[in-house]
Design a protein around this ligand. Structure first.
Ligand code: HEC
Ligand code: HEC
Ligand code: HEC
Length: 103
């Protein structure tokens, strides 16, 4: 093994495999807002479910604003998430007894 390869391996071990242990604290919505505008939110892919984000900004249900973005988007665990696998959805049952439906 060349010196370069060993150095690369060590840096991968410290940077790559070490980081999940010290997980980033993403609970401050301001961190998310650096990149995500509050407006122009697309409706949910399931048309029977009420939309949570208001496309004009904020939330349709006031209490939802009391939570961190990551309380709902639990699958966002780091800031390199621009290529999410599949189509991860927010699980309403984390907080609700039943999935709320449209009136
Ligand atoms: C450095 C910029 C950046 C930051 C900071 C950031 N994101 Fe993202 N996020 C992106 C990009 C780029 C995408 C992929 C393009 C898109 O869908 O907007 C994305 C995608 C997403 C998606 C999927 C969107 C979809 O269409 O399904 C969610 C949900 C999300 N981010 C939530 C968050 C949350 C929660 C935070 C704060 C913890 C956050 N992001 C912080 C850049 C960022
Ligand atoms: C109460 C739960 C909840 C909270 C809190 C929440 N979201 Fe969402 N988010 C959802 C749901 C559900 C969707 C799917 C579309 C919808 O129903 O509005 C979504 C969709 C998204 C999307 C993709 C859709 C789009 O067009 O942009 C992004 C990006 C996103 N949220 C970012 C955020 C950020 C940033 C925060 C914090 C400021 C946040 N969310 C807080 C539940 C939540
Ligand atoms: C992180 C916790 C959390 C998640 C996840 C969450 N909610 Fe809520 N939601 C709340 C709280 C708290 C209230 C206020 C409950 C009350 O006042 O009794 C609420 C209220 C609501 C209401 C108002 C009517 C009612 O049932 O009280 C709707 C509609 C709603 N949520 C839709 C959704 C949908 C749809 C999802 C999933 C896409 C979702 N929520 C996910 C916390 C959450």
């Amino acid at each position: 093994m060349t010196f370069f390869r060993i150095a690369l391996l060590i840096s991968l071990m410290t940077l790559g495999f070490g980081s999940p242990v010290i997980a980033e604290d993403l609970s401050d919505p301001a961190i998310c807002m650096d990149c995500h505008d509050d407006a122009d939110r697309a409706p949910p892919s399931d048309p029977t479910r009420p939309q949570v984000h208001n496309p004009e900004g904020g939330f349709f249900v006031e209490s939802h604003a009391d939570f961190a973005c990551t309380d709902c988007h639990t699958y966002i665990t780091n800031l390199e998430h621009d290529m999410l696998e599949g189509d991860p959805q927010v699980d309403c049952l984390e907080c609700h007894d039943e999935v709320p439906t449209k009136e």
